[in-house]
Design a binder for this molecule. Structure first.
Ligand code: 6V0
Length: 315
């Protein structure tokens, strides 16, 4: 089926799915968005509510639909599934959400969908792996949002610390989107200037303490937000919008998305986040990132944790 490059579908219209739809509606990237949820009323209600904003944003169709309605969408975004509750880790969600993916993915692959699957539900690395395996799709077109959000949090906090626009900060969180994620400090720079030099330029000299505080803050962000408002959704919605933009405009921008590993850093048959070039066909290639010994050790540890989680069986 011919894909419509101006069409997206969102499966799961909870906090994340609806915030994403709202964000995409305002982005001007799409002229048609299909919303789907097991709770059909929820999908319909969100479609109605968001549509009422279009007179301020531009003409487009947003409607509740089914799997058949999605097959010509350039991107299908999956946000269906339970979210993290207070005290739960993302990996606690593995059993519940793997089961949901075993229902959703065949609905898409059995219809020979040819576009890009963007996985957002958590644990995103494991569910992206599950989606690749169940669908049998080429790996480049099954993308996990990975640590795009974590890296945005990292850049935001660095920008704040250094009093500089976070868009000038190059910084990646890699590995699992979760507790074992790694702040890749070795490659952090501000407009090409190594981060420690930039810190000193801005009057900060206690690098160790600041680095620990910032990396901990990134890692704890989701927990802190969930404690206060039960769920996180605006930051991830903006992250999904950025990934869609990079795909639709064939930007070939470098994003830390979840992709299948094939031996880089001695890691294979696991999905985790590494910087990768993303364009109209999804993931073009991973790009090497400079890691010191400790970062390398932590990355391997993160892969081991994910591998153990993949082995978890359903009840
Ligand atoms: P939510 O508000 O509970 O919404 C989930 C929605 O999924 C509900 O509306 C359900 O009805 C629907 N749903 C469940 N099963 C199905 C199914 N089989 N088909 C279609 N719809 C279904 O959760 P919320 O929106 O807060 O979170 C959704 C997922 O996103 C969770 O797994 C979160 O952990 C994850 N997040 C991922 C982030 C990331 O960075 N990747 C960030 C935030 C949340």
């Amino acid at each position: 089926m011919q894909l419509n490059q101006r069409k997206a579908a969102i499966i799961g219209c909870g906090f994340v799915g609806s915030a994403t739809a709202f964000c995409l509606m305002q982005s001007g990237l799409f002229s048609e968005i299909v919303l789907q949820d097991v709770d059909k009323d929820k999908a319909e209600g969100e479609a109605m509510d968001i549509t009422h904003g279009t007179p301020f944003a531009g003409r487009m169709k947003i409607y509740a639909g089914n799997y058949n309605d999605m097959m010509d969408a350039a991107v299908i975004i999956i946000t269906a599934g339970a979210n993290q509750k207070e005290g739960e880790t993302r990996l606690d969600l593995v059993k519940k959400n793997k089961k949901i993916f075993e229902e959703i993915i065949p609905e898409i692959s059995n219809r020979d969908y040819e576009g890009i699957l963007l996985i957002v539900s958590n644990p995103v690395d494991i569910l992206t792996y599950t989606a690749i395996k169940i669908s049998g799709f080429e790996e480049n077109r099954v993308i996990g949002s990975g640590t795009v959000l974590d890296s945005a949090r990292f850049r935001y906090l660095l920008g704040k610390h250094l009093d500089v626009d976070s868009r000038s900060v190059q910084a990646f969180i890699i590995g699992e989107h979760g507790d074992s994620e790694i702040a890749a400090w070795s490659s952090v720079n501000v407009s090409g200037i190594p981060v420690n030099d930039f810190c000193e330029m801005r009057g900060h000299y206690d690098h160790e303490e600041a680095m620990k505080a910032i990396a901990d803050n990134v890692k704890e962000s989701a927990y802190k937000i969930i404690k206060r408002k039960k769920a996180t959704y605006y930051g991830i919605a903006m992250s999904v919008k950025r990934i869609c933009e990079v795909i639709l405009k064939d930007e070939k921008a470098i994003l830390p998305v979840s992709t299948m590993m094939h031996g880089a850093h001695g890691i294979e048959d696991i999905v985790l986040s590494m910087p990768a070039i993303v364009g109209k066909n999804g993931i073009e290639t991973q790009v090497p990132i400079e890691l010191n010994e400790e970062e390398e050790r932590k990355l391997k540890q993160s892969a081991r944790i994910l591998k153990q989680m993949i082995g978890i069986k359903k009840d």
